[in-house]
Unconditional design. Structure first.
Length: 237
């Protein structure tokens, strides 16, 4: 990690434009870190939160915190591309809807058109996955895609370094579902049992919203509880 190089990439972009799009996960560490770095350098930061289930209370807490802390930031909420694709294929107990295929690039283009903003910023890092490493290594400085007008300031950061920055700057701690010890970003993945168990315990009203949108979530919880009971009985025997 080179904090100076990261800040220089942000300052270089701010010399070109005073409004930017930041794809923000709401409660994720990379987004919390990036918004704090960017806030002093732009007139307006439009944060795009892609939701799987709209208006979850535990996510809105983070969004409200960010909008209060940074006066030049505002959030746009739009369905995640996985939301469209789940509905298109009738996944997770949903009724099939004739949506076209969506991906991050299409959503980015849509938001750029709606806002009139040219540049988008993402929290992608090389250590997120092999595909991201290959993609970021294809750019001259690993951070900037001039053709796509995209910036990746955290390209060379590790998860540990992002968390260190957050704690050093006394920012809101990112959300972690479950106690896996995993430092990777966790989204609101309705297929992740850790996510479903966490909201059932901490935000039952959010769980109701998830089940209403993706009915199979209730079945997954039932099957998990059932398997845990059988595991307990087996251990007792």
């Amino acid at each position: 990690m080179d904090l100076l190089a990261t800040l220089n990439s942000i300052k270089t972009l701010s010399a070109k434009v005073d409004r930017v799009i930041l794809f923000h996960s709401g409660a994720g560490k990379d987004s919390i870190c990036l918004l704090n770095m960017m806030a002093p350098h732009f007139k307006e930061i439009v944060c795009v939160f892609m939701y799987m289930v709209k208006d979850l209370e535990h996510i809105n807490r983070y969004i409200n915190w960010a909008e209060k802390k940074y006066s030049n930031c505002r959030f746009i909420q739009t369905p995640h591309y996985a939301y469209y694709n789940n509905k298109k294929h009738g996944v997770n107990g949903t009724d099939q809807i004739k949506y076209s295929e969506w991906n991050l690039s299409k959503i980015n283009d849509k938001i750029k058109e709606e806002t009139g903003i040219e540049w988008s910023v993402f929290g992608f890092k090389k250590n997120d996955s092999l595909n991201r490493r290959l993609m970021l290594n294809s750019y001259p400085d690993s951070m900037t895609s001039e053709v796509g007008q995209k910036l990746y300031p955290l390209a060379d950061w590790s998860n540990k370094e992002v968390l260190q920055y957050i704690r050093k700057n006394r920012l809101l701690e990112p959300l972690k579902y479950g106690n896996t010890g995993n430092t990777k970003s966790q989204g609101t993945d309705v297929n992740d049992i850790s996510f479903l168990l966490w909201i059932r315990k901490n935000y039952p009203d959010d769980l109701k919203k998830v089940i209403k949108e993706f009915p199979d979530s209730e079945r997954k919880l039932f099957e998990h509880d059932h398997s845990q009971k059988h595991k307990t009985y087996a251990e007792q025997d």
